[in-house]
Ligand binder design. Structure first.
Ligand code: ATP
Ligand code: MG
Length: 659
């Protein structure tokens, strides 16, 4: 521990395991070590050269304008069209017959779309949208299930240069309405319903409700038929996609827009509070999306099958389902359903069926799979996999090891990728053919990206110390602001440290200088003057064989200021051992002792509470602020973005009667 804890965050845990990439992987890797030197030598020349991954209608002459920070302009005098880059040019270069999308539906049926098919579909949809009055610059809200038409909708908007605002299909009418109004969307693209766990859930009624209560800017609603059955219809406003498609032309000239033309607005996940409407633009965003996708995932377009499990409602679905993979001419899986329907092996079955080689998912999904047990993935042939990725939260070292062994067969490099809605693309990650990976660490800024860990005074911390993660150089995919609120943009990200972008996350550097994410700084607790992050205590808990998932929060404490309180979900399959331990209280005591032993007495939770669920956002991230309310016996705060509102009741009921 550092002597002066108040200047940063404690560094509690040590991890000594490392894994070198397999020789064959190194020999064939897309990214070679020289790429770091190239970026180091000349930051702007590096990005200029990456921009040639794209096809420009008008080449740019200016790389970066940073004269008015924090408002960056990249490649500003160039023009291009994103849909052309993601689809048409692949058809023109003779790859029209390559499969773009392997659509897997919840019921096990499937469909394939080649790049030529996608070109036709998005051209038709762009023509239909134009008929509905959508012009370059108009906003379009997209509220869809995870089906190919969601991808078509995004690319059709990009084709016209109409910024989209995708709203996750699980959000309420109220959340949809506020996002429609914030963006003043002119058209909404939706579906009649969606398949969820064998049931057909309506989607269009939420659009009707949203527009009944407001959303006055909306003139037309384009409806994709997915589930069939009756839907309420507003004549003159609602249009069926399958009907409009019939007569729509498959010829549509993509509109070349300026590099700084907005491509989309997207709201953050809402883990820490009210979601922010983040703006991304065209040329810089697509450059970084294509570059990171190609290098971090080691993409070989002609042989790989890529699968990113994120919904298009999140930034991961924007950058690593739609824009990065398609700009790079990937063949990829897109899956409508959930990981555990109709059975808990569904994802592994899909990997076997489509011979997925590159798989990108989240810690929450991996921990669920751990909870369900490793005999489930063991039933499937996962030998097609050659690389695994993780994003969304810090991955606990034991979850990383499980992912590597059980899913990756001890053979696949793992890329733990740190980034945010705001950063647009991956920022910190190992490169799979170069970096010796460490379980639980995102490790190094990508070539072209500059990140640092600083203390309260904004000074770089030494190796072995913790602090705040910042970005100290502009990057092409960076957010250009918060929609309609430039002041909030400056205040939220640029006011904490002079001249630095502050991401809101705690981090540390280990003895090699590698970066480890420590969780949100809002969640840091102060225990007897020591500033402790949530992540390391959680990882210590998950390192116990009995534990699948843990969330730690700081609760007020009369003697120490704050003390850690842990909420723990146990793994399945240990019934005998747990019975032998002698009840919940004994189990809690053993887990407290385990943390004390792993990382020291200061971090030992005052309480370990055994629960069956944790509150999560709809994107699967733990919402610790709600648990802090529980731990401090307060009224639970804003639960708007909570995936399942009953979880908080469940936790509170389960705890009443326990101390
Ligand atoms: P809000 O900003 O509304 O609270 P959010 O931060 O959850 O929501 P996202 O942009 O979806 O919204 O998530 C970005 C955050 O996710 C990062 O700031 C970080 O806290 C976390 N994160 C993402 N990837 C990683 C990773 N590989 N390791 C650690 N943390 C990660
Ligand atoms: Mg955030």
């Amino acid at each position: 521990m550092s002597d002066d804890a108040a200047t940063g965050i404690e560094n509690l845990s040590q991890e000594t395991r490392t894994f070198s990439p397999p020789t064959e992987f190194v020999q064939n890797a897309v990214a070679r070590p020289a790429i770091y030197e190239e970026a180091e030598r000349d930051h702007l020349a590096f990005w200029r050269s990456r921009a040639s991954l794209l096809s420009w209608e008008t080449p740019f002459t200016e790389t970066l304008d940073w004269s008015n920070p924090p408002f960056a302009r990249w490649f500003a005098d160039g023009t291009l069209n994103v849909a052309y880059n993601c689809v048409d040019r692949h058809v023109e270069s003779g790859h029209g017959e390559q499969v773009a999308l392997l659509a897997e539906y919840e019921d096990g049926s499937d469909a394939t779309f080649t790049y030529a098919d996608v070109k036709d579909e998005i051209s038709k949809m762009a023509n239909v949208l134009a008929d509905l009055g959508v012009k370059t610059g108009d906003r379009v809200a997209i509220y869809m299930p995870m089906i190919p038409e969601a991808v078509f909708a995004m690319l059709a908007c990009a084709r016209i240069g109409a910024p989209h605002s995708v709203v996750f299909g699980g959000f309420s009418a109220e959340a949809l309405r506020s996002r429609i109004e914030d963006a003043e969307a002119r058209v909404v693209i939706t579906a009649d319903g969606q398949n969820r766990r064998g049931k057909q859930l309506p989607l269009k009624p939420a659009v009707d409700d949203a527009l009944a209560g407001g959303g006055k800017s909306v003139e037309k609603v384009l409806v994709v038929r997915r589930t069939g059955g009756d839907v309420e219809w507003t004549e003159g406003r609602d249009v069926w996609w399958h009907e409009a498609r019939e007569s729509a032309s498959a010829e549509h000239a993509p509109v070349a827009v300026e590099a700084e033309h907005p491509l989309f607005i997207l709201y953050t996940s809402g883990t820490t509070g009210k979601p922010k409407g983040i703006i991304h633009t065209t040329g810089g965003y697509l450059t970084q999306a294509a570059y990171t996708h190609r290098n971090v995932f080691d993409l070989k377009p002609s042989s790989d099958v890529f699968w990113c499990t994120a919904d298009v409602g999140w930034v991961t679905g924007h950058t690593y389902v739609v824009y990065g993979p398609m700009a790079n001419r990937s063949t990829q899986v897109i899956y409508e359903g959930t990981p555990d329907f109709p059975h808990q092996g569904r994802w592994w079955e899909i990997i076997e069926k489509h011979k997925v080689s590159l798989f990108y998912s989240s810690p929450t999904a991996i921990r669920s799979a751990m909870k369900w047990g490793e005999d489930i993935p063991a039933k499937y042939d996962l030998s097609s996999l050659r690389l695994l990725g993780s994003v969304g939260e810090a991955i606990n070292p034991e979850a990383w090891m499980w992912y590597r062994r059980v899913i990756g067969g001890d053979r696949c490099p793992i890329v733990d990728t740190w980034w945010q809605t705001e950063t647009g693309s991956i920022m910190i990650s190992p490169l799979p053919g170069i970096t010796d990976t460490k379980p639980g660490s995102a490790q190094v800024a990508l070539p072209g990206i500059s990140a640092d860990v600083v203390n309260d005074a904004g000074k770089s911390v030494a190796n072995g110390e913790g602090g705040y993660l910042v970005l100290d150089q502009p990057w092409p995919g960076m957010l250009r602001g918060i929609w309609g609120d430039p002041e909030r943009f400056k205040e939220t990200y640029w006011s904490r440290f002079e001249g630095l972008y502050f991401a809101g996350d705690g981090a540390k550097r280990d003895d090699d200088g590698d970066i480890w994410l420590l969780g949100r700084v809002d969640d840091v607790m102060n225990v007897s003057g020591h500033r402790l992050s949530t992540m390391e205590i959680e990882s210590a808990l998950v390192s116990h064989d009995w534990v699948a998932e843990a969330a730690v929060v700081g609760a007020n404490d009369e003697t120490t200021g704050q003390s850690p309180v842990a909420f723990v979900i146990l793994r399945g399959g240990n019934d005998e051992e747990l019975a032998e331990a002698g009840g919940d209280e004994k189990i809690s005591e053993l887990l407290r002792a385990h943390v004390g032993k792993e990382i020291g007495p200061i971090a030992k939770p005052k309480k370990v509470l055994l629960v069956t669920e944790l509150p999560k956002t709809r994107s699967g991230k733990i919402m610790r602020r709600l648990l802090r309310d529980v731990a401090e016996n307060r009224q639970v705060g804003d639960t708007q973005t909570l995936a399942d509102a009953s979880v908080m009741d469940l936790i509170q009921e389960g705890l009443s009667g326990k101390s």
